[in-house]
Write a protein that binds this ligand. Structure first.
Ligand SMILES: Nc1ncnc2c1ncn2[C@@H]1O[C@H](COP(=O)(O)OP(=O)(O)OP(=O)(O)O)[C@@H](O)[C@H]1O
Ligand SMILES: [Mg+2]
Length: 293
């Protein structure tokens, strides 16, 4: 008689401690203040259509005190016309993810400028930027909530029809049909491939003009890989895209390739031209992978 209530009490105590730790972390998050200067006269990005992207002699270090020689990115110049796609490749730590963070204006460059839709990101209204530029990150965050909240990220829903369409566009239509409670199903235990597709569905919902896709490096089974590829094709159709590619199959669909090494662009050009030039790093990469194009 004494033991059972005590055990319950101990369980509650554990829940309480977990909740307390959660509250401390939420408090820390809410106390964060933005460190990037807000524009004096914020300008909005074009409300629809694909957006041009330009990195103009960008240099960047995570620590502003980094000397020019210690920076993570040095003299990165890239440009995409509206609707064009760029594949970023390079060794681990070469600065690919860092470039995507600058495109999302999570940081400002130390030198040079990042321009989206012709506007320097330092002049762009943050809400407009978040609406029009969308990221699919390397690791997809899922919440212990239902499918609907995981898609809208707890914002007011645009309606179940749009949510279903976004899932279908991402290639999760059948998956949704197999869930016991549809959009109300509590989300748990997604595979890496499904998580990636769910992130695509979030992007479809946002309908951005520029998509930044940092591919997960985890291996996918061939069937899932094909679903991810089809989802990616649909997502990039009519949009400008930057893809950090870990699989060669993802590079097959881009217009331009930039090879990064130690924070510099060491090769940059149109994909077919690089593939056709036997002296290029990209052609060597294809050869190493046993791909003939
Ligand atoms: N938040 C951070 N703070 C400090 N340094 C960082 C941070 N993120 C990355 N770095 C450093 O910046 C450099 C470039 O990292 P980045 O993540 O851009 O590489 P990557 O090309 O995306 O690599 P991977 O292929 O492994 O994803 C690395 O030296 C890394 O250690
Ligand atoms: Mg990365």
């Amino acid at each position: 008689m004494v033991r059972t209530p005590f055990e319950r009490l101990i369980d509650r105590l554990r829940d309480y401690q977990g909740a307390l730790a959660g509250i401390t972390r939420i408090g820390g998050l809410l106390a964060e203040r933005r460190t990037l200067p807000a524009p004096a006269r914020p300008r909005r990005l074009p409300a629809s259509g694909p957006l041009a992207l330009e990195l103009d002699a960008v240099a960047f270090g995570y620590d502003a005190r980094d000397a020019p020689g210690e920076r993570v990115l040095t003299d990165v110049t890239l440009s995409l016309a509206p609707g064009e796609t760029l594949g970023l490749v390079g060794r681990t730590g070469s600065g690919k993810t860092t470039i995507t963070r600058l495109v999302l204006r999570l940081y400002d460059p130390a030198r040079g400028a990042v321009r989206v839709g012709g506007l320097d990101l330092r002049d762009v209204d943050t809400a407009s930027l978040r609406e029009r530029v969308c990221a699919v990150t390397q690791d997809v965050r899922l919440f212990g909530a239902d499918v609907r909240d995981n898609l809208t990220l707890f914002r007011p829903s645009p309606g179940d029809d749009r949510l279903r369409r976004a899932l279908a566009d991402a290639g999760l239509g059948e998956w949704l049909a197999g869930l016991p409670d549809g959009l109300d199903t509590e989300l748990r235990g997604l595979s890496a491939g499904e998580a990636q597709l769910l992130a695509f569905a979030r992007a479809f919902l946002a309908d951005p003009g520029l998509v930044v896709l940092d591919e997960a490096s985890s291996r996918l089974d061939p069937a899932t890989e094909r679903r991810v590829e089809r989802g990616m094709d649909r997502l990039l159709a009519g949009r400008t895209g930057v893809i950090v590619a870990h699989r060669l199959s993802s590079l097959a669909r881009v217009d331009k390739i930039a090879v990064m090494s130690h924070g510099r662009v060491v090769e940059y050009g149109r994909r077919e031209e690089l593939a056709a030039d036997p002296g290029s790093r990209f052609a060597r990469l294809l050869k190493l992978a046993g791909v003939n194009r």
